[in-house]
Design a protein around this ligand. Structure first.
Ligand SMILES: Cc1ncc(COP(=O)(O)O)c(C=O)c1O
Length: 420
């Protein structure tokens, strides 16, 4: 078989060799980062096309430059497919990333300084949901709701109380580290009471929504943003979906509001990803993601661990290492796991008393292992390997666990057709 990247190899050995090393790293580790996935080779091929070369400022049939008829067809296919996938009235497929998508949503609907009610970052929200180190916190006035201290679930009483008190122009739901289902209807009811726009950022759960393993935010939400590279398993990038009434404002906010020329090669790859997500197999895939997360959660609980909300309904679990009475915390746990080839990220837990740099928890997700065809038994086995890693001090034991990780990885090969 030909070398997949033969031109890259001949022009730039340095970059090529790092690509090769990164591919090997992905093949030989167990990826548990809840926000990552392995896009298909079809998606990766679409990214590496001459569509990269075209400037297409504007929208299909309304471009500023000539030569865009074919590009128009591609972007229109992406729009049609994603509208079907999420039952959306309008779609913009141009956002380069989740962060710029959210920036565009705010720009389209709010004035600077307007109030937004969103989940506290440390409880599972995202930087673009009002963190003071992010543009969102600087440009808008965020009021934050929290998770219930006992249950770890969204405290709807507080959401309603804060909504009635502050009368926000927008209510935001959708999170980076929340292991339970989101009750969009309940948010809609509260938004209606105060006449707020309901914005759902489903960056994490979009794949589950597409595969019907999580409820669709439509018809409850007015606007929905999402990344395309997490559970949706597409290229890096994002989308904004909305009710027709917001369509013009959203399109204007993306271009020329926050972006210039769209990345049409990414848009082609998004179209491929949407096609894949429309297939019946994708439903199976997303159900398996949840089954794997639940099996992993169950195993952790059997091993005596404490999980935020005591389990999961979606693709991720949050392990509270402090409540689990472990001697390692977020930073060391992440590093120790990396040393045996298990890749995850440290994470704050609700009401964390430790710092974001070395928080009390780790976040574990199953989208990647599920893409590699692992099932419940492998998910349980991975929980055991995590447990052994966190509890041992022995170098030989850690080496043995690393062997187990390599063995498991080789049984579930990644990108078999990619020959470098
Ligand atoms: C809920 C949520 N929104 C937005 C984003 C931002 O996406 P990006 O990293 O593509 O800017 C993320 C990324 O993790 C996220 O979790």
């Amino acid at each position: 078989m030909n070398n997949y990247y033969k031109h890259l190899a001949s022009v730039d050995q340095e970059v090529y060799s790092y690509v090769k090393m990164e591919l090997e790293r992905q093949r030989n580790t167990i990826g548990l980062i809840a926000s990552e996935n392995y896009a298909s080779l079809a998606v990766l091929e679409a990214l590496a096309t001459p569509l990269n070369n075209k400037y297409a400022e504007g929208y299909p049939n309304k471009r500023y430059y000539a030569g865009n008829k074919i590009i128009d067809s591609i972007e229109s296919i992406a729009i049609d497919r994603v509208k079907k996938l999420f039952d959306a009235e309008h779609a913009n497929v141009q956002p380069h990333a989740g962060a710029t998508a959210n920036m565009s949503v705010y720009l389209a609907t709010l004035n600077l300084g307007d109030k937004i009610l969103a989940l506290e970052l440390a409880h599972g929200g995202h930087l673009t949901h009002g963190s003071n180190v992010n543009f969102s916190g600087a440009a808008y006035k965020f009021v934050h709701y929290h998770l219930d201290k006992e249950t770890g679930l969204i405290d709807f009483e507080e959401v309603r109380k804060l909504a009635l008190e502050h009368k926000p122009k927008m209510i935001l739901c959708g999170y980076s580290a929340y292991p339970r289902k989101i009750d969009f209807k309940r948010f809609r009811e509260i938004a209606d009471e105060v006449n707020a726009i309901l914005f759902a950022d489903i960056a994490h759960i979009a794949g589950l929504v597409a595969g019907k393993a999580h409820e669709n935010p439509f018809p409850y939400a007015d606007i929905v943003s999402s990344t395309t590279h997490k559970t949706l398993r597409g290229p890096r990038g994002a989308i904004i979906l909305c009710k027709e009434k917001f369509a013009k404002a959203i399109d204007k906010a993306v271009f020329p509001g926050t972006q210039g020329g769209p990345f049409e090669h990414c848009i082609a790859a998004k179209a491929v990803c949407f096609k894949e997500a429309l297939q019946p197999e994708f439903k199976e895939y997303t159900r398996q993601i949840v089954k794997n997360a639940q099996a992993m959660a169950e195993e952790f609980i059997n091993l005596g661990y404490s999980l935020v909300t005591n389990g999961t309904d979606n693709h991720l679990l949050l392990v509270d290492l402090v409540k689990s009475k472990l001697k390692v915390f977020g930073k060391e746990a992440q590093e120790k796991l990396e040393s045996v080839g298990i890749i995850c990220n440290r994470n704050m837990v609700p009401y964390d008393t430790r710092s974001p740099f070395d928080p009390s928890g780790i976040r574990l997700g199953t989208p990647m292992i599920t893409t590699r065809n692992m099932k419940e038994s492998e998910s349980r086995y991975i929980a055991e390997l995590v447990d052994k890693t966190l509890k041992t001090e022995s170098k030989t034991e850690l080496e043995r666990i690393h062997e187990n990780v390599l063995d498991l990885s080789s049984k579930f090969p990644l990108y078999k057709d990619l020959v470098l």
